[in-house]
Design a protein around this ligand. Structure first.
Ligand SMILES: [Zn+2]
Length: 150
């Protein structure tokens, strides 16, 4: 898995930890996922609404340039996130990252879209620590429970 950052301010350590913790907690460490996927992280300001106008996003709605969104295809994910390390923005970012990973894990199955969207409120949580500027910070990550489909 290559995480390719096109951002300036986002906390890369935080984004990596969200990826790792989502993947590990959904099932055993998925090596094929790690090996094959390229993940591009873009700032919200790069959201090209005209380009995406006719694309049905895996976020389940039209792309809104004010809200984190994502597009997941085979082996490629584009995430448009708040380019910020503000705690509230990080929470919104984490939810979108987790959501798109769930789609990615179900790609090429009949559950690709519905397996995520029908279970938006069936969640479990995990906590992790990450380095935030000067100190370790604890974060509780809420994950959509798609485990029954794997
Ligand atoms: Zn979705």
């Amino acid at each position: 898995m290559a995480l390719i950052f096109h951002t300036n301010h986002i906390n890369k350590r935080f984004v990596r930890r969200v990826f790792e913790n989502t993947l590990i907690n959904i099932d055993d460490y998925p090596y094929h996922f790690i090996k094959e996927w390229d993940i591009h992280i873009w700032p919200l300001s790069d959201t090209n609404t005209q380009f995406f106008e006719h694309i049905k996003t895996t976020s389940g709605q039209k792309i809104n340039p004010d809200m984190p969104s994502g597009v997941t295809g085979l082996y490629r994910m584009d995430l448009y996130l708040h380019d910020s390390s503000n705690a509230f923005k990080e929470r919104e970012n984490s939810d979108r990252i987790m959501h798109e990973i769930c789609h990615a894990r179900l790609i090429n199955t009949t559950h690709f879209v519905t397996g995520v969207h029908r279970n938006l409120h069936k969640r479990f949580t995990t906590t992790f620590w990450y380095w935030n500027r000067f100190k370790y910070t604890k974060f509780t990550l809420s994950i959509i429970d798609i485990r029954k489909y794997l």
